[in-house]
Design a protein around this ligand. Structure first.
Ligand code: ACO
Length: 326
């Protein structure tokens, strides 16, 4: 049976660090509040010239290097982002050009924080169908360029980063075993960036109303995320006749440490089997899972044959999981 296997990963975060103490000087907040409510201590901020494709490029190059492949071996590039370089063209096309991946088809996926797993799911389907053998999936975000630095309810949460994975068709009993993607559009307004699209095209009015910044009803989103993620993880494991104890590592979306801890505790998974790096990078939306996965791989936390579960919840609303036998 053909399966899609992740043969290499890569990641990148900009150098500039913004700590909770820096934020204390910008808005009415405190290191204590941010740490207790989110688990975040610091985040990385892209410089003025860095767009999503610049971060994606570094992560993708690193993954390519690890895979031993050349850019021209890649047949499809999927970039998951809600903060792409421009609304036209796709950031994946800009990345394709920079990588000189001349044979690849390229498109973006917009599923907010679930975007990387959505991308992985599409790549998996293409590989299993026999259409492509080698696919690059990247999650890349520069959320801080869409952040209202006067809104303490959102500006303490987000950071910039990119993570990449190269998938290859294999005839082995390992790789991606299953992906699940879900949406509920009835709650799209819990998390959105209203201005700049065709609903509210950019104008002096949209600028005045700060409609180009991310708006989030955090507390409502939090409650739905906790409820939903437990069911998602158990459903994914059940379908594959696995129990939480079979997992070597859970790689959750890094939105809030309390959401991550609640999910782990509800399914009975000890925190030493959970990848957490939001203390250092904050919520990097679609980049958070490939970034945390790459870190786990590089630290030797992932070994051949291990069962790894990726899970995410985000704007849309969307939620998604991927079960992998490494
Ligand atoms: N500093 C100090 N006080 C603050 C801050 C801050 N930075 N932000 C909010 N507060 C205040 C609020 O004004 C409120 O005060 P009040 O009680 O006087 O009204 C109080 O703190 C509590 O606010 P809540 O919003 O209820 O705080 P909560 O515990 O829910 O934490 C948070 C907020 C961190 C945003 C949390 O709700 C959360 O993480 N939500 C989920 C985010 C998520 O998962 N999003 C989806 C993925 S992101 C994506 O798709 C791009």
């Amino acid at each position: 049976m053909i399966r899609a296997r992740i043969i290499a990963t890569g990641s990148y975060a900009p150098e500039k660090v913004l700590t909770n103490f820096d934020l204390e000087k910008m808005v009415d907040t405190s290191d204590e509040w941010i740490t207790e409510r989110t688990g975040i201590k610091e985040r990385r901020i892209a410089d003025e010239k860095q767009a999503a494709s610049d971060l994606a490029y570094v992560a993708a190059r690193e993954a390519l290097k690890g895979s031993g492949l050349k850019a021209r071996d890649i047949e499809l590039i999927i970039v998951a982002t809600v903060t792409g370089d421009m609304s036209l063209p796709a950031t994946a096309c800009i990345l394709q050009d920079r990588l000189e991946a001349k044979r690849a088809a390229a498109f973006d996926v917009n599923a907010a924080c679930s975007g990387f797993i959505y991308g992985l799911s599409v790549a998996n389907a293409f590989i299993k169908s026999g259409a492509y053998r080698r696919v690059l999936v990247v999650g890349a975000e520069v959320l801080t360029k869409f952040t209202d630095w006067e809104d303490r309810t959102t500006c303490v949460l987000f950071g910039d980063a990119a993570g990449a994975a190269i998938l290859e068709a294999v005839n082995e009993d390992r790789g991606i075993l299953c992906t699940k993607i879900h949406s509920d559009g009835s709650m799209w307004d819990l998390l959105h960036t209203p201005g700049g699209g065709s609903r509210y095209p950019a104008s002096k009015e949209t600028l005045r109303k700060k409609q180009h910044f991310i708006k989030m009803k955090g507390n409502e989103t939090f409650k739905i995320a906790v409820r939903t993620l437990e069911g998602l993880v158990l459903e994914t494991l059940d379908e594959n006749k696995l129990k939480p104890a079979d997992l070597a590592l859970l790689v959750p979306h890094q939105a809030n440490l309390r959401i991550i801890q609640a999910t782990a505790s509800r399914i009975g998974l000890p925190m030493d089997k959970v990848a957490v790096n939001l203390d250092r990078y904050g919520n990097t939306s679609a980049a958070s899972i490939p970034f945390a996965l790459d870190e786990a791989v590089r630290c030797g936390r992932v070994r051949d044959g291990d069962y790894i579960l990726l899970e995410a919840f985000g704007g849309g609303l969307t939620w998604a999981s991927a079960l992998i036998r490494w």
